[in-house]
Design a protein around this ligand. Structure first.
Ligand code: SAM
Length: 334
């Protein structure tokens, strides 16, 4: 049985309400993880709908594939980055009615000491979601300049001591390579000095988040996905990967991610290609946060793709009885 998932799906009820799926629809889950959302998506579209699930981590996909198939049937796993989703769908001759991206890591990945995401156990400094990904956190720390290290920690970790931490990393790596989570946590702790005692969270928390985002190029992947949503929404009349009426939901956990989503969805609305179903992001209730502290920083935004209005798609406007319309004027040519 696969009911031993370690990850609790975030904002599940709100996501399902806004995606408003019907039996027979085709859904893309960009980030399958432990399959909590996929399971609910598959339930909602059965018996003849399909969930196409992407994840760069083959272990997550294998676990979820069995979990979702045992419970609900049609689930098609694809081991690939979600930036590939439009191309893969087109190759399968499919268009989607709904897309979900629940960004970041699954609790199972974070809690697995072999993956190097956390300083709670000493392990190799890896942090790749995809075990075949090109760079580990240890590679980045060994190869970036002190300035680049500071930029990563400041930008993605928003740590006010970024420069100090980067200097300490640069000094330490001259003596010995930094290859373990314990070493990285120790260096950050040293950079914090006596301030570490005043910090509410472990001083290395922000630095670990920053390297995780950099290793997996998370903002670039999200940016590319959103770009393809913009493109797909503009092409619903000519094919493309999004069906007219497709709902696109993104759950983000970082202010930089949410800013990208907010801007892309605002642009879609401004172009008249989509309607925002969430004017403000939806966040977790106090009871969800109490049950699952990870949901504290989650933000859900959803749009519904309308696509460009064409004459075919436009409602018919009857001719006014006393006026003649020119041959090729459309009801929208004013
Ligand atoms: C927050 S978890 C998803 C949890 C899932 N919704 C659930 O309920 O179990 C995010 C998952 O996305 C995967 N992931 C992160 N970035 C990805 C990307 N660019 N392409 C594909 N998968 C990605 C991670 O490996 C992780 O398994």
């Amino acid at each position: 049985m696969h009911d031993d998932a370690q990850h609790i799906p975030v904002l599940l009820a709100e996501t399902m309400r806004l995606l408003d799926l019907s039996p027979g629809e085709i859904v893309v889950d960009c980030t399958v993880g432990q399959g909590g959302h996929s399971l609910a998506l598959a339930e909602a579209v059965k018996p003849d709908g399909r969930v196409i699930g992407f994840d760069v981590d083959p272990a997550q996909l294998e676990f979820s594939c069995q979990r979702v198939r045992q419970a609900s049937g049609r689930f098609e796993p694809i081991h690939a980055n979600f930036v590939e989703a439009p191309r893969r769908l087109e190759a399968l001759g499919l268009r989607t009615d709904a897309v979900l991206a629940d960004l970041g890591y699954s609790s199972q990945q974070m809690d697995d000491p072999r993956r190097g995401f956390s300083f709670s156990a000493d392990s190799p400094l890896d942090m790749r979601y995809d075990p075949h990904g090109p760079v580990t956190a240890a590679d980045l720390i060994a190869s970036l300049t002190e300035r680049e290290l500071a930029d990563v920690i400041a930008r993605y970790g928003e740590d006010p001591l970024a420069r100090k931490i980067a200097r300490k990393l640069a000094q330490t790596r001259q003596r010995e390579p930094i290859r373990s989570t314990a070493q990285l946590a120790q260096v950050v702790q040293e950079a914090y000095g006596s301030r570490a005692r005043r910090s509410r969270m472990h001083p290395a928390t922000r630095t670990f988040m920053a390297f995780r985002i950099a290793v997996n190029d998370e903002l670039a992947a999200l940016g590319s996905l959103l770009e393809q949503v913009l493109e797909g929404a503009g092409k619903v009349n000519e094919g493309g990967w999004l069906n007219r009426g497709a709902r696109v939901a993104v759950i983000s956990f970082h202010s930089l991610e949410d800013r990208l989503v907010k801007r892309a969805f605002a642009e879609l609305a401004q172009r008249g290609h989509a309607t925002r179903l969430t004017k403000r992001p939806i966040t977790a209730t106090a009871s969800e946060i109490a049950a699952n502290p990870r949901s504290r920083s989650a933000k859900l935004r959803v749009v519904k793709v309308d696509g460009p209005v064409t004459q075919d798609a436009a409602p018919t406007v009857p001719d006014p009885p006393t006026q003649r319309r020119s041959m090729d004027a459309s009801p929208y040519d004013t």
